[in-house]
Write a protein that binds this ligand. Structure first.
Ligand SMILES: [Zn+2]
Length: 559
């Protein structure tokens, strides 16, 4: 074991005086430290300078308090290490949170009213975005116009997408920014809706909306910052203290680097650069290994195939519900291997999206092939290559993950969300190798678990529940119970296994020397009844020993 500086320092302190200056002590609770991959519960824990410095019973740990120590009586509550979502899109979450949902509105004026209500959450100049209005739901079933928006928003750009995505409703600020006026011609395949005088009304149909979308492709750094801050606040509320960000452009990484310097990146964000083109622009190397850091740049996210829902996932045999169709590889095996090799040469971890059994097989081939081309004597498992989703795997291929140490990054809620139609796409036989996290585990692999938010909902408690039950609360269906994880395995999947996947010592557990990233919850996350997970309230979220979230009006909120 590598001895980290804090551990070493602590050993010296303990050896010399048996005292230290605890900033904070939690006591009178059940604290799952997850030491040795077991619950390893204690009742008290002390933190100093963002690091866990003692665990044990109340008497032992409280004996080490001094005058300034903040003592927090857990009053029977539970603590676990902060949860990590090992496959997510933090920035996209921020974007989706910033968009108003206009479903169920009764008029155009109703839309404007909702837009006004959310405006206070936006930064100056930030675009006000909304989605899912439908004039067919309104009393007056006509397209709305820019005048109504202009009255309320004279300076802020407003962009509201129709329910089907085929039309947008914008204000005059947006039309001006996009350079659209009476003289602008309709683009091919699109229409700028106009009034009797030929003036644009603010409705842009199909390809005409591209004139505006081009502006959105390049958000300002202020917008990126506001979006990230919003998303960080949101994940803290769910008890998330770590995210593996699966695909980020360099401009966003620049903002994240600034965030780290400015001190507002208060979670562990492990970034994967979004694709080879972005990698070509990146001059640095991997940034990883410092447990006190909040931003790691671990590798590159690549794609092998599409998704199952749209039949884009590449299968070895035809889709069961569409004969003659096997999905698509996004790039050839050769191209993929070439990209992987470039990453490996720069010591960047590869994380490849693969959903279908052909997508997974080709990715396994390409990873193994690239490693062979790389040469040298570093075993492949030391490069910690990841296949993200690993959703449908041919029975012959599971063992190859294990033999080469290729890590399957899996998302339990994809399983329960896809359940209603995955059987139709795949048929019974293939379904057996689908979302098979227990099979991976039995082979000695430790799949880091995640949600893919905002594709799925943010709450990791839904993921813990899905991992343990494979039961969908919305349809009432259950699925291949032999693939369920135990309560402890599911919790490890959102704490220790993500840390293992990136080689992070000091994260994911609450042992002496660990970073003090932890959550306080109102019920036992390892209780036999998994249904309690869905009712769990995260009362406090703590990163580096600092409270980053506490339930408003809750028993710990006054601190
Ligand atoms: Zn994803």
């Amino acid at each position: 074991m590598r001895i980290t500086a804090p551990t070493l320092l602590l050993s010296i302190l303990l050896a010399s005086s048996q005292t230290f200056a605890a900033d904070t002590i939690f006591y009178n609770g059940t604290i799952y430290t997850l030491a040795d991959d077991q619950p390893s519960a204690v009742s008290a824990l002390a933190i100093e300078d963002g690091v866990v410095v003692a665990t044990g019973n109340d008497e032992q740990v409280l004996a080490r308090a001094h005058e300034q120590t903040v003592r927090i009586n857990l009053d029977g509550a539970w603590i676990t290490p902060g949860l990590t979502d090992a496959h997510a899109h933090l920035y996209n979450l921020g974007v989706s949170l910033s968009q108003i949902d206009l479903r169920g509105t009764t008029s155009a004026a109703d839309c404007v009213q909702r837009a006004r209500e959310m405006e206070s959450t936006l930064a100056p100049g930030e675009w006000l975005m909304g989605r899912s209005w439908d004039q067919n739901d309104w009393a007056v079933q006509e397209f709305p116009t820019r005048e109504l928006l202009d009255e309320a928003f004279a300076e802020r750009p407003v962009y509201l997408r129709r329910v089907d995505g085929h039309a947008i409703w914008v204000n005059s600020v947006v039309l001006t920014l996009a350079g659209i006026d009476a003289t602008t011609k309709d683009p091919e395949g699109g229409e700028i809706v106009r009034d009797a005088q030929g003036m644009p009304t603010g409705i842009l149909v199909d390809n005409a909306a591209d004139l505006v979308r081009e502006l959105l492709a390049e958000p300002s750094t202020d917008q990126i910052e506001a979006t990230l801050r919003r998303a960080i606040d949101e994940v803290h509320r769910h008890g998330i203290t770590g995210v593996h960000e699966m695909g980020a452009p360099l401009r966003r990484i620049d903002v994240l680097q600034r965030a780290e310097l400015e001190g507002w990146l208060d979670l562990r964000l492990v970034c994967y650069i979004g694709g080879i083109e972005e990698l070509e622009l990146y001059e640095g190397g991997a940034v990883r290994g410092d447990p006190a850091a909040h931003l790691w740049i671990d590798g590159v996210k690549l794609y092998a195939d599409g998704a199952l829902g749209s039949r884009g996932a590449a299968l070895l045999q035809d889709y069961s519900d569409r004969p003659g169709h096997r999905g698509l590889l996004i790039q050839s095996r050769e191209q993929l291997q070439e990209g992987l090799l470039r990453c490996m040469r720069r010591d960047l971890t590869v994380a490849v999206h693969a959903i279908g059994d052909r997508g997974n097989r080709v990715t396994l081939d390409a990873i193994i092939g690239a490693h062979r081309q790389l040469g040298g004597d570093r075993p492949l498992r030391e490069l910690r290559p990841r296949i993200e989703h690993a959703q449908v795997v041919h029975p012959d291929d599971f063992a190859r993950f294990a033999a080469h140490g290729i890590i399957p990054g899996m998302q339990p809620t994809h399983c329960t969300s896809d359940m209603p139609w995955a059987g139709e796409r795949l048929g019974d036989q293939r379904l057996e190798g689908a979302y098979a996290w227990r099979t991976m585990l039995d082979l000695g692999l430790l799949p880091p678990l995640g949600s893919d938010f905002p594709v799925e909902r943010t709450s990791p408690w839904l993921g813990l529940y899905a991992a343990r039950t494979r039961h969908s609360t919305s349809t009432g269906q259950s699925w291949s119970p032999d693939q369920r994880l135990t309560a402890l395995q599911a919790l490890l999947g959102f704490t220790v296994w993500p840390a293992r996947a990136i080689g992070a010592e000091g994260w994911g557990r609450l042992v002496i020397g660990s970073r003090a990233d932890l959550i306080v919850v109102d019920r036992d996350p390892l209780a036999d009844d998994a249904a309690g997970l869905l009712e769990t309230t995260v009362e406090m979220t703590i990163v580096d020993g600092e409270i980053v979230f506490a339930v408003e009006g809750g028993r710990f909120s006054s601190r």
